[in-house]
Design a protein around this ligand. Structure first.
Ligand code: COA
Length: 309
């Protein structure tokens, strides 16, 4: 089967920095509490999905050295679209000057990894250039007077271009998409309302599904946890990442994180963390890299890949 490999990566974040100290000035909270319970120091807010997603997509296309007109498909993962319709992907397609098909998907914070999984299937079926964008503007749905949620979220975007790997041992090795709808009420946002969340229970279930999905893709690819060079997890809470890494038996140093400065950016968090890992030199050609996301739904998705093309 043809494997999909990442050939370009781009990111963007909200323009305005909101620090924990900014929040502590208006809410009954403190920098110490937020850092200790979440690992977040600041988040970036502002911008539309079109602006942020378009910006990230342009960087990814440039890095992949392809023109937008060469794209076969655009998949945009978002749970905070600018409009009910048209899809954000249609607007981004126009902004890029592409002429391919485009659609949005909503699997909350698992959406980027869902998108990568669908891209893999399309590339195996013959497509050559698929753009997957993860973008969310959760600040628009955050009650900034609610200290239990306002501390967590930020706005951002990340995009990757995927194409057939040039070497058979590079690219996506295995993928998993899961949903546990019985937990749908743990994390919700109704029309015209703000994010509502049972934080403690989301935390508990998140660790469980992340570990299960990760073990599944490892088993499907015939790899041991010890062979994983880098984990790029959804960036919701440092303690969730710590617990999951411990249960997987993978040292925490192998987890890429960016939430310290971005907060939870939902669909954007995995590509933002990937960008940080690449910039730090934490992933190199041939490395086994595990992407794992979870979110409202409760949705979960994982993808294991061999870095390189
Ligand atoms: N500042 C100070 N105190 C706060 C606070 C804040 N921002 N938010 C809550 N508290 C208080 C609570 O009121 C509670 O006080 P009490 O003991 O007097 O009742 C105390 O801190 C502990 O609250 P609790 O909810 O038990 O804290 P926690 O350790 O579970 O941390 C979260 C709360 C939200 C940080 C944590 O549960 C979490 O991150 N959950 C996952 C959420 C998530 O990732 N959602 C997105 C998924 S994609």
């Amino acid at each position: 089967m043809t494997r999909a490999a990442i050939t370009g990566l781009g990111t963007a974040t909200g323009h305005r920095v909101v620090t924990n100290h900014d929040l502590a000035a208006v809410l009954d909270t403190s920098d110490e509490w937020i850092v200790e319970r979440t690992g977040i120091h600041e988040r970036r807010v502002g911008g539309s999905c079109l602006e942020l997603g378009g910006q990230a997509a342009k960087i990814a296309l440039k890095q992949a050295e392809i023109d937008a007109t060469d794209l076969d498909l655009i998949i945009c993962s978002t749970c905070t679209p600018d409009q009910v319709f048209p899809a954000v992907s249609n607007r981004i397609q126009n902004e890029l000057g592409a002429s391919c098909g485009a659609f949005d998907l909503n699997a909350a914070c698992s959406g980027f990894t869902y998108g990568v999984t669908i891209a893999q299937a399309q590339i195996a079926a013959g497509m050559e250039r698929v753009l997957v964008i993860g973008v969310d503007t959760l600040s628009r749905f955050t009650d900034w007077d609610d200290r239990t949620t306002a501390i967590l979220f930020g706005d951002g975007a990340g995009a990757v271009v995927l194409g057939p790997s040039r070497r058979p041992d590079r690219g996506i090795l295995s993928t998993y998409m899961g949903s546990e709808g019985r937990f749908a009420d743990l994390l919700t946002c109704d029309f015209g309302d703000y994010i509502k969340m049972d934080g403690k229970e989301v935390f508990r279930q998140a660790v469980r599904v992340m570990v299960a999905a990760s073990q599944r893709v490892l088993a499907d690819a015939g790899l041991e946890a010890a062979e994983v060079a880098a984990v790029i997890p959804h960036q919701a809470n440092m303690r969730i990442i710590e617990s999951a890494m411990k249960r997987l038996g993978i040292p925490l140093e192998k987890a890429a994180t960016v939430l310290e400065t971005t907060g939870n950016t939902s669909s954007a968090s995995i590509p933002l963390a990937m960008d940080a890992a690449v910039s730090k030199g934490a992933v190199s050609d041939g490395d086994a890299v595990l992407l794992v996301g979870f979110g409202a739904g409760m949705s979960v998705a994982a993808a294991l890949l061999r870095w390189g093309q």
